[in-house]
Design a protein around this ligand. Structure first.
Ligand SMILES: [Zn+2]
Length: 464
């Protein structure tokens, strides 16, 4: 949910405005905030509304790198709004309509500012249509390489954390405002156009093919992806749900990437045995060949894997376990704010340890001991700072904390706790305090000293 900064003020004005003159009516509406005040992503997200659904129609021509789009965004005002904003980087907006009526719009850096013809009362559901286009560009970002839209030789890859979506559609770009999606993407015949969720078929006309995708579970915007190009696409089912994997044509057909992705269903089942039912309506994965993608990302239902994970001739299922674990930790239960990113990465790293033990690589106890020995305890796991949000303190120390919790409460309570947490928070968002509170309720005792020591204490904690 998105909290507008003006709700309290608007409520006060509304209570005072008994007479309902024009002036009072105008006073009920204020501009929505230009960001959500998350210090890890200044400018990202917007206040005053909560998006329920994005319907995106995108056409992309690799010959010119030009994208044209039509976005229909359905949202609810959480405050009386005289105007509101979307995040949109570097594209040209041709037309905006709000509830079918022309609205004025202007750009302010990477923001699209929309002023509807009439104010939107708090609680009103409204629809915004945005017609836009241009040559999309990545967003410069230090930690994992650029995020956002990358043109490739044969198509494009739109991907990135913590921000990427605003490079190809207008969006409330913060994980605290999750929404469902329908996507139609039109590309030249012969190219694949992959995205999140359930495949809804494709059709061709005049040399262009439209691929349709639908994600019916709420999805954080950084978990959306668009991958266009020459891919070997495999469409099947797993556990009664569609499973779509795609491997770049530039990678070998029976190479390590293809063989790792072929184990997607098996890894997902292993994780479901520990975390509870797989949370979404589709499975999959996409292996790209572009060397600029130096990471793998848990894009919802269909993680994207960079080529660096599949060198050395052997399938890498550890990275598959990590990205699939995020389908529970990060995608189904998402962050309210980026400073709690260990809730995603600590558990996904721990899932690697579980999978490696199952796969005969090494035991969880060994992984724990090895990591404990080399951990820099001066670096905190919670609120590590933007520059360290993908650092060892988040991933490895986070996983150490998860195992310390398991040792403290015992296996039965630990896995019951994880399953209960994931069920209770499914399709929502959460904070570290929410998780600790839940863990304490399940354990029936205070766990605060344990979490303090393992997550943020400045010296090595005693082994539990
Ligand atoms: Zn991760």
């Amino acid at each position: 949910m998105t909290r507008g900064r003006w709700s309290a003020a608007v409520l006060a004005v509304a209570l005072l405005a008994g007479g309902c003159t024009d002036e009072d009516a105008n006073a009920r509406f204020r501009p929505g905030a230009a960001d959500l005040g998350d210090p890890y992503v200044p400018g990202a997200g917007n206040g005053g509304y909560d998006v329920a659904h994005y319907a995106l129609q995108v056409r992309y021509d690799p010959a010119s790198d030009r994208l044209t789009g039509q976005a229909t965004v359905t949202a609810t005002a959480t405050a009386g709004l005289s105007r509101f904003q979307f995040d949109l980087a570097g594209l040209t907006v041709d037309r905006v309509r709000v509830d079918g009526a022309p609205a004025t719009h202007r750009r302010d850096g990477n923001e699209l500012v929309v002023t509807p013809a009439h104010g939107l009362p708090a609680g009103k559901r409204f629809t915004v249509e945005v017609a836009y286009g241009g040559v999309p560009q990545p967003l410069p970002s230090g930690e994992l390489g650029d995020g956002g839209f990358h043109a490739t030789g044969d198509g494009a890859i739109a991907l990135g954390q913590p921000e990427s979506a605003s490079t190809w559609y207008p969006v409330n770009d913060h994980p605290s405002d999750k929404a469902t999606y329908d996507l139609e993407v039109t590309v030249p015949d012969g190219l694949a156009a992959l995205s999140n969720g359930v495949p809804k078929g494709r059709s061709s006309k005049d040399g262009w093919t439209t691929w349709r995708w639908s994600e019916g579970s709420p999805m954080a915007s950084y978990l959306t992806t668009l991958v266009i190009g020459n891919y070997r696409v495999s469409t099947g089912t797993h556990a009664g749900k569609p499973l779509v994997t795609a491997v770049a044509a530039g990678l070998p057909a029976d190479g390590p990437a293809a063989r790792a992705l072929a184990r997607t269903g098996e890894v997902a089942d292993f994780l479901a045995d520990r975390f509870g039912p797989y949370p979404f309506d589709a499975y999959g994965g996409i292996a790209v060949a572009d060397e600029r993608i130096r990471y793998a990302l848990e894009t919802q239902t269909r993680p994207v894997y960079g080529p660096g994970f599949f060198r050395g001739g052997r399938p890498n299922t550890e990275v598959v376990a990590h990205e699939l674990a995020h389908q529970w930790f990060g995608d189904s239960v998402s962050l309210s704010r980026w400073s709690d990113i260990w809730l995603n990465e600590g558990f996904a790293t721990y899932a690697e340890w579980l999978w490696n033990e199952h796969d005969g690589v090494r035991t969880v106890a060994q992984a724990f001991a090895d990591r404990y020995a080399v951990t820099d305890w001066t670096k905190p796991t919670v609120d590590p700072g933007r520059a360290a949000m993908f650092g060892d303190a988040v991933y490895q120390r986070g996983a150490l904390a998860v195992h310390a919790l398991r040792r403290a409460v015992g296996d039965e309570t630990f896995f019951r706790m994880l399953r209960g947490w994931l069920a209770e928070r499914r399709n929502g968002t959460a904070t570290t305090a929410d998780f600790i509170g839940y863990a304490e309720r399940v354990a029936g005792r205070s766990l605060r000293p344990l979490f303090d020591a393992w997550l943020v204490g400045a010296s090595a904690p005693a082994l539990p």
